[in-house]
Design a binder for this molecule. Structure first.
Ligand code: FES
Length: 282
């Protein structure tokens, strides 16, 4: 999901929530024509006052009959209180409390929607391009020429894959900690020299591990873990060899680094390459 798509989804969600609030407000304004409870109360008070005034008037007329007390029958309308009116929910319409409750629910729903979409966007796997997907590191023949110069190891760093490409003699595979690990080395069928892709991340606490030309290995600047030129553990607090990615060669003779396929191997009992071959860098 691109950033533009994500922003468009957020805008769409905002528009939907806004439309919901507008619909609720419109319903409320429509229902304002109906009597509110306060209006109904005022009407009832008015009617009661008028009724009492008429009753007082009728009694006053009856009391003017030549000093003789006369019983005046109250009009039938005063016999009983008028029945109380039931107020249906339609008459109530959308009250202020309902409106604010709905608005609050809509805002909370919008927030949760945005949070969910942001979480999904964060966790969404990259299906094409970037770390986590297959990365084309270039022609195998070119890579071999770059990483092995006059018998010296010159690891090539491939930034999109966060990987060091190193050469590996296929004859050293047997008996090593990589022997039964599929896709750990590729491209060595013709000349006996394959290629490995070592993840640059230290397996101790995740620092970036640079290569060291003089020792012909990799040395972590954080806590001093050291690995040989094939990423095999040598010294320091690291618990295993450097992790590496599955590799393959496509029909065009290019090395494909499967950065979604991380291969872990335990510390090697026997090194597959001499180490150190000179002074350490760290
Ligand atoms: S992170 Fe590399 S040795 Fe600690």
């Amino acid at each position: 999901m691109t950033t533009t798509t994500f922003i468009l989804i957020l805008i769409g969600a905002g528009v939907v929530a806004l439309a919901g609030i507008i619909v609720v407000a419109a319903r409320r304004s429509e229902s304002e024509g109906a009597a509110t409870p306060a209006e109904l109360d005022r009407k009832a008070v008015k009617a009661d006052r008028a009724r009492r005034a008429r009753l007082a008037e009728a009694q006053a007329e009856g009391g003017n009959g030549g000093g003789v007390a006369t019983m005046v029958a109250a009009p039938a309308e005063f016999d009983d209180d008028p029945p109380k009116q039931e107020i249906s929910s339609e008459e109530y319409g959308v009250t202020r409390r309902k409106f604010f409750n709905r608005a609050l629910t809509a805002v909370f729903g919008l927030f949760m929607l945005q949070f969910t979409l942001a979480s999904l966007a964060f966790m969404w796997p990259k299906l094409k391009g970037g770390f986590g997907t297959p990365i084309n590191a270039g022609k195998v023949s070119d890579l071999k020429a770059e990483v092995l110069v006059a018998g010296s190891l010159v690891p090539k760093f491939v930034p999109p894959a966060q990987a060091w490409i190193v050469p590996f003699e296929m004859s050293k595979l047997k008996g090593s900690s990589f022997e039964s690990v599929p896709f750990v080395v590729a491209g060595g069928e013709s000349d006996g020299v394959g290629l490995m892709a070592l993840w640059q991340r230290c397996v101790h606490l995740g620092c970036r591990v640079p290569s060291c030309e003089s020792s012909q290995g990799f040395e972590c600047p954080c806590h001093g873990s050291k690995y040989n030129g094939h990423g095999e553990y040598s010294q320091g607090p690291a618990p295993r060899n450097l992790d590496r990615f599955g590799v393959s060669v496509n029909d065009a003779g290019e090395l494909i680094v499967e950065t979604g396929n991380i291969v872990q191997t335990s510390r090697s009992k026997h090194f597959t390459i001499l180490y150190p071959q000179g002074p350490f860098c760290v």
